[in-house]
Design a protein around this ligand. Structure first.
Ligand SMILES: Cc1cc2nc3c(=O)[nH]c(=O)nc-3n(C[C@H](O)[C@H](O)[C@H](O)COP(=O)(O)O)c2cc1C
Length: 336
């Protein structure tokens, strides 16, 4: 087996925390991160995370069982904080003895972190600002993921290169911090690890792996695309704050603009409240992503992708991608 001593030394804390060989998470990707990809990542020594997205508790129950049938290695479950059945989903994780839960999509609601820790699982959270990160870590979160705007899917406004400078100097010594967004090669991993990150999280680079069930047309769109094709959605109405989504430009991008106008009108007419308006937008994304990933409708569906998409050029087994990343990281560290 090839070894990566410098990389492993820098990843040691992160790998121990995850219980995996390498501190490389494959971030949850709705519809893509199901049992096959998740198990493949964990079997390759990384850490797979099931995307629960809009799943019902029953579906999550089956997905966890299905993943366990494919791997004996640890994996996590990503839950969206605004899911109306969040606490039922946590209960499903508890029943399965899930070891790590990632809370995404906003500030964890009261009691959620406690409910996860109560069955012994570790909690990973996202935080857009340093102040919030400190607060979440103080109130029980075990690790942090900082994700820059280069990433695919829902994004914040700040680039990874800036976030790491804001967060790592004050948090990395005492806390487990994983860095996500825009990582396409191991050289970049080396830089973040040297700055104190405990590990990294990638999505785009793994979305088209051989084991990913994404439709061949979805994968082909990724192989054709360059960094500049992965654009952030625009907000059309200042009263309707929508979280931007980074995806490959297509007809679906324009349809999202039309969808926002439609929802804003309902808001104006008083037909729906702000919470419902935002939920409608999120449901829109879930449906559009399914159309692209599962049905292969790359014209009208959502091709969520990060700017590292230009570095995704062919279908490769997860193990090869992990090995390439580790090799590049090790080489970069050896050059220092
Ligand atoms: C197709 C796609 C779907 C995604 N869906 C989710 C999701 O459901 N929940 C989530 O927390 N993050 C989601 N993400 C973000 C990833 O988990 C990961 O953090 C991100 O892809 C990392 O940045 P990168 O794309 O630059 O590698 C998604 C990303 C992609 C590309």
């Amino acid at each position: 087996m090839t070894s990566f001593p410098r990389t492993s030394a820098l990843m040691q804390r992160g790998a121990e925390f995850l219980g995996s060989e390498h501190a490389i998470l494959c971030g949850a990707m709705s519809w893509v991160s199901e049992r096959n990809l998740v198990a493949a990542i964990s079997n390759a020594g990384g850490f797979g995370v099931i995307a629960c997205g809009a799943m019902t508790p029953d579906l999550l129950d089956r997905e966890i069982a299905g993943t366990k049938a494919l791997t004996a290695k640890p994996f996590g479950v990503n839950l969206i904080t605004m899911h109306p059945q969040l606490f039922d989903l946590i209960e499903v994780c508890s029943r399965h003895g899930v070891s790590h839960v990632v809370l995404a999509g906003g500030i964890p609601p009261k009691g959620s972190v406690e409910a996860i820790k109560a069955f012994g699982a570790k909690v990973l959270v996202f935080a857009p600002t340093l102040a919030l990160a400190k607060k979440l870590l103080r109130s029980g979160a075990d690790a942090l993921v900082i994700e820059g705007s280069e990433a695919g899917g829902h994004i914040g406004p700040v680039a990874t290169s800036v976030l790491v400078q804001e967060f790592l100097p004050s948090l990395a010594e005492d806390h487990i911090v994983f860095v996500a967004g825009g990582i396409g090669r191991g050289d970049m991993m080396a830089a973040y690890l040297e700055m104190g990150a405990s590990g990294v999280q990638l999505g785009t680079r793994f979305a088209c792996a051989t084991e990913s069930i994404a439709h061949p047309a979805f994968k082909a769109a990724f192989f054709r695309a360059n960094a500049r094709d992965a654009v952030a959605s625009v907000q059309v109405d200042p009263r309707l704050p929508v979280i931007p989504v980074r995806a490959l430009k297509n007809k679906g991008t324009e349809e999202f603009t039309a969808k926002q106008v439609e929802v804003a009108k309902l808001l104006d007419a008083g037909t729906i409240e702000m919470g419902e308006a935002q939920l409608q937008i999120e449901h829109y994304w879930a449906g559009a992503l399914r159309r692209a990933v599962i049905d292969g409708d790359v014209e009208n569906g959502s091709l969520m992708a990060g700017q590292s998409v230009g570095m995704v050029t062919k279908e490769e087994p997860v193990a090869d991608i992990v090995a390439a990343l580790l090799g590049e990281c090790e080489e970069a560290l050896a050059r220092r």
